[in-house]
Design a protein around this ligand. Structure first.
Ligand code: NAP
Length: 303
């Protein structure tokens, strides 16, 4: 029977630690941690994610400084807003919700966030710290995957790992974090030839391709560990359903084909998704401790 890596449960456990950390630091800090999530335009998926993040802030006592900006905002206007948040003492973490409308230069804007307030670890300086193996804010989704593996006592050292996807948001930092934990890592992408024979060599596979059901039985070796980062809402094939049942969430992996073959897997929903939000909170609370001169007690939660 495969071990199901329960991200929802672990996220709740970590949230409790973060909530207690905030409560015990308030007297000295004299203020709550602050997180600013910047959303541009009306992408519905981004709306759902931002909503999750705001609710999570409320649950643990992080003050939210959310900004919902018009779709046609100019690059210059957005840079000014980021500058304002960089200068605001009550804001410890800033996250720019991706994707952005196509007229905005993502790399330029990410580099304008103060690296010390970079709640998603995507500033070039923080990516550099990750490459060097030095502490710093870490990209939330791969950090969540690392926490999920660690909590489930999955040994990474010496493992052959394949990361499917090479985005700056997930694939690349994921590969660096696994390598820092002494896995031997290969990155696959859309031009990789014969993906099944590559992934069949792996002890650990992290799939972040953004392609529903890309990975199936033919890609997986017995007793491997499979982490599914993908998240998609697809129409349900069943007939005569209520409105709320007409779509269903799935990942990049056909879990139904592999669940009896692998040693462990992360489900969708309830695997990596909740961990991403929790690691955003962890980065924010870690920054708050640093900005308020408190002891850094939760760094061990971040890879
Ligand atoms: P992305 O920027 O679109 O990157 C996708 C990557 O997958 C690219 O590197 C692409 O290769 C590669 N790829 C695409 N098709 C492939 C194929 N057939 N074979 C091998 N590689 C392929 O996506 P992302 O931002 O990294 O996100 C990936 C997925 O994770 C999405 O479903 C997203 O919704 C999900 N996600 C989930 C969370 C969460 O919290 N659960 C957080 C972030 C993202 P090229 O570089 O060659 O184009």
């Amino acid at each position: 029977m495969a071990n199901i890596l329960d991200g929802k449960k672990l996220a709740q456990e970590i949230e409790l630690i973060l909530q207690q950390t905030i409560e015990s630091g308030l007297e000295v800090a004299k203020r709550s941690p602050g997180l600013a999530v910047i959303r541009v335009g009306n992408d519905p998926a981004s709306g759902v994610y931002v909503n999750y993040k705001e609710k999570a802030c409320q649950r643990i006592g992080v003050k939210s400084f959310a900004k919902h900006l018009k779709e046609d905002i100019s690059l210059e206007e957005l840079i000014e807003i980021i500058k304002g948040l960089n200068d605001e003492d009550k804001v410890d973490g800033i996250l720019l919700q991706l994707p952005l409308p196509s007229h905005l230069n993502e790399a330029c804007l990410l580099s304008r966030i103060n690296p010390d307030k970079d709640a998603d670890g995507l500033h070039p300086l923080n990516l550099g710290l990750l490459i060097k193996g030095e502490k710093g804010p870490r990209s939330c989704t791969p950090a969540g995957v690392m926490a999920l593996l660690k909590r489930n006592h999955i040994e990474i050292e010496g493992k052959r790992a394949v990361v499917v996807g090479r985005s700056i948001l997930v694939g690349k930092p994921m590969a660096l974090m696994l390598e820092a934990a002494n896995a031997t890592v290969t990155i696959a992408h859309s031009r990789t030839k014969d993906l099944p024979s590559l992934t069949r060599e792996a002890d650990l596979i992290v799939v972040a391709a953004g392609k529903p059901y890309l990975i199936g039985e033919e890609h997986i070796r017995e007793n491997s560990i499979v982490i599914d980062v993908g998240i998609h809402r697809l129409p349900s094939v069943k007939k005569n359903l209520q409105k709320s049942e007409k779509t269903k969430l799935c990942g990049d992996v056909k879990i139904f084909e592999i669940e009896n073959k692998v040693a462990a897997y992360s489900p969708v929903p309830g695997g990596v998704g909740p961990m991403t939000v929790t690691m955003l909170l962890a980065n924010t609370v870690d920054r708050w401790q640093k900005h308020c001169g408190l002891p850094l007690t939760i760094s061990h939660l971040l890879p």
